[in-house]
Design a protein around this ligand. Structure first.
Ligand code: SF4
Length: 84
């Protein structure tokens, strides 16, 4: 079954929790772009599957736990099985 958002990985952000530490960008600069004041000011990001690891790494570095990576389990299983 195909998801409605393809194979992209969704990242939910809670900007009200962000304290502007910059750790997400420090550990995953390809995924997380901060605003001019150093905050992650958005609610949802979608990245291609090849950035899932970076996204999770950056999220795990967040001291405010403001980032949740939502992996697409069916797409992950298809990739593991070599299907697209
Ligand atoms: S690591 Fe967390 S607190 Fe720091 S800038 Fe990123 S989202 Fe904000």
């Amino acid at each position: 079954m195909l998801s409605t958002w393809g194979d992209d990985v969704r990242i939910k952000v809670h900007p009200s929790l962000c304290v502007g530490s910059g750790a997400c960008r420090q550990f995953a600069s390809t995924v997380y772009q901060l605003d001019d004041e150093g905050y992650l000011d958005l609610h949802l990001l979608q990245v291609p599957p090849e950035l899932e690891h970076d996204a999770a790494y950056g999220a795990s570095a967040c001291p405010a736990r403001a980032i949740t990576v939502i992996a697409d389990a069916p797409a992950r299983e298809r990739r593991a099985e070599g299907q697209q």
